[in-house]
Write a protein that binds this ligand. Structure first.
Ligand SMILES: *Cc1c(COP(=O)(O)O)cnc(C)c1O
Length: 297
């Protein structure tokens, strides 16, 4: 049997969990904050918000952008269903754009064809960790004030033009489901450069509550919280976060091993008739021109 993914877990993760248990604080707290800081530093993003899943992280990004009924959000025709589901959660319409057969990623040209005056955002997916052409996509979207959200569920540790996925766009969401690059059992993370939205995203993650449980716990006087808007429960637990911190330390080794295996598949399968392998995208992004019009495709 060849498993799709095998989680890379060791006694270090078990010890980290035992430490959380002994501490008496198992809900979202100091370890979640430490995990957020460690991941933000690793991917070169100024802010990170840990969540219960990548789905939750994507939904928070759309909520922070005030995507709602009447809006359209473009998504790739090929992805896991969560990419489209989060758009439906907001009441907006999903507009599918075709993926490129060579990379299996949504392309700038396909996005350009799917745009309408109602387009509020585009969710791009780095299929299987192979980066989409972020630069070309931003070139299409930014002049029109269409937000770009990266569904990087499988792309923690990937790079685009030499910089980590997470450092290029306003919103990038990762998954820590066991099928992804690193795992916390279940979990996710949203990284963002939009400092002005971070407070609201943290509140929306936590029932819309103005003060977190950890802050109330630390306070010596009672704090009465407020709920300025309808929120969700997309929190991570400190048990998961403790595993995530250890996993993050293994990221480089995991990615290196996966690259080795990918290369092996590419070499050994390349000659099979009727089968094509995904083009290694780094080369392609630097060499292909940006194609925006329909005819030249
Ligand atoms: C796995 C996956 C998700 C969902 O991640 P969860 O953490 O399970 O919510 C979303 N998008 C893509 C592309 C995925 O592969």
């Amino acid at each position: 049997m060849i498993p799709v993914m095998r989680p890379w877990l060791g006694p270090e993760e078990a010890a980290a969990v035992a430490e959380v248990m002994a501490s008496g604080w198992v809900a979202q707290g100091p370890r979640a904050t430490a995990f957020e800081n460690a991941l933000a530093a690793k991917v070169g993003a100024p802010h990170a918000i840990a969540t219960s899943s990548c789905t939750g992280a994507l939904h928070l990004a759309l909520a922070a952008l005030d995507v709602g009924p009447g809006d359209e959000v473009i998504a790739p025709s090929l992805s896991f269903i969560a990419t489209a589901n989060v758009i439906r959660y907001t009441g907006a319409s999903v507009v599918f754009a075709d993926v490129d057969p060579d990379t299996q990623n949504i392309s700038a040209a396909a996005i350009a064809r799917a745009l309408s005056p109602r387009t509020k955002a585009v969710i791009i997916v780095h299929q299987g960790g192979v980066p989409a052409n972020i630069g070309a996509i931003r070139q299409v979207c930014e002049p029109l004030k269409v937000a770009v959200v990266e569904d990087a569920a499988c792309a923690l540790g990937s790079t685009y033009k030499g910089a980590p996925i997470g450092s290029h766009s306003d919103f990038v969401a990762y998954s820590f489901h066991p099928r992804k690059v690193i795992t916390t059992g279940e979990g996710g993370m949203l990284v963002t450069r939009r400092a002005e939205l971070v407070g609201r995203i943290r509140r929306l993650r936590d029932h819309g509550m103005s003060i977190s449980a950890a802050q109330r716990h630390e306070s010596r006087t009672p704090i009465i919280e407020q709920y300025p808007e309808t929120g969700f429960n997309y929190r991570i637990s400190d048990i998961q976060a403790a595993v995530g911190i250890v996993q993050l330390g293994r990221l480089d080794a995991i990615v290196a091993r996966r690259r080795q295996l990918a290369l092996r598949y590419q070499r050994r399968l390349a000659g099979l008739p009727g089968l094509s392998v995904v083009i290694r995208s780094t080369l392609q992004h630097d060499q292909l021109p940006v194609v925006l019009d329909h005819a030249s495709r």
